[in-house]
Write a protein that binds this ligand. Structure first.
Ligand code: GDP
Ligand code: ZN
Length: 291
């Protein structure tokens, strides 16, 4: 039988199958392998005791991607949440998250929330123009929530973005029972106290949403680095200028005859995207990947 690990606690893995959830232990041989099961893994299980809903984890399918903190495998879509206002959107944070998604083979979806306070379309257009999905939404008025629901349906999603942008409000707008589901768990963890940072998949809008109940936001930008060599590949629109700069290996920084800077001057490439690229480049330009 196959399923997906939705929760892992103290050596037990809760696996969602078409026939419900089984509580599984990993077979001994996983400990020798370099991979250990993670939330989000697609796995094969065997039933040990049907009445008690106990199983054994037999095999882990190859992963589409893996985030280290929090440990989670196979995220399909990263919902990158920013607010149109209050707090003012940070294009640098959005672009960092988009770049991490590119590196990790996660599909990004930019959601500009609080469109009842300010326009979100202008920001959305920057991302749509380079091939990403971008939604203007409002947890307060319900604008764009149906569209957001269709993005989540059938997929494993994670929310990211600064605190205060409205992630919890959006989760509640999507599914009113969500707060109750996670709130109960936070309370339990609060009592437990010694639990390590923990991630869990919750059913939401016909898909799954990764959340870290009781531990605040998933701040992946603090734990994932896009290295210098990877950076051009993580800015989708840079590909079209490859080979067009005067210098081979142009970093698109101070070099003369740079096709990317020319594209920014003519308005072909969004200035905010270029500024994010440069800022990320200067952050990592002296780091070697193995350090
Ligand atoms: P989180 O930290 O990202 O989970 O953000 P919250 O969901 O806690 O929201 C932060 C604040 O923004 C709260 O006061 C919400 O009521 C408010 N808020 C969230 N969504 C919207 C929205 O669409 N419009 C407006 N005007 N306020 C919102
Ligand atoms: Zn260049």
């Amino acid at each position: 039988m196959t399923g997906r690990v939705v929760k892992g606690i103290g050596g037990f893995y809760y696996v969602q199958t078409d026939g419900g959830v089984y509580c599984c232990r990993a077979r001994g041989r996983f400990r020798k392998d370099s991979v250990s099961p993670a939330v989000g893994d697609r796995v094969e299980i065997s039933v040990v005791d049907e009445a008690a809903r106990e199983g054994a984890l037999e095999r882990i399918e190859p992963r589409r991607n893996f985030l280290i903190r929090p440990p989670i495998a196979n995220i399909d879509v990263m919902l990158i949440i920013a607010a149109a206002a209050n707090p003012a959107p940070s294009t640098l944070l959005i672009d960092k998250l988009v770049a991490i998604c590119e590196k990790k083979n996660i599909t990004p979806c930019v959601c500009i929330n609080k469109t009842d306070l300010a326009d979100g379309e202008e920001l959305c257009r920057i991302y749509r123009d380079i091939g990403y999905e971008a939604l203007a939404v409002s947890a307060a008025t319900g604008e764009g929530i149906d569209r957001l629901r269709t993005v989540i349906e059938g997929r494993v999603c994670a929310f990211s973005g600064n605190s205060g942008v409205g992630k919890s409000s959006l989760l509640n707008a999507l599914d009113a029972s969500f707060a109750a589901q996670t709130g109960e768990l936070s309370a339990k963890i609060e009592r437990g106290r010694h639990t390590t940072r923990h991630v869990e998949l919750f059913a939401l809008a016909g898909g799954w949403i990764a959340d870290t109940p009781g531990f605040g936001d998933i701040s992946i930008e603090r734990f994932e680095t896009v290295y210098k060599e990877e950076l051009p590949g993580c800015f989708a629109e840079l590909g079209q200028y490859e080979g067009q700069c005067r210098f081979l290996g142009c970093a698109h920084d101070r070099e003369p005859g740079c096709a990317v800077k020319r594209a920014v001057e003519t308005g072909e490439m969004a200035r905010s995207r270029y500024e994010s690229y440069l800022s990320m480049y200067h952050e990592v330009k002296d780091i070697k990947e193995w350090e």
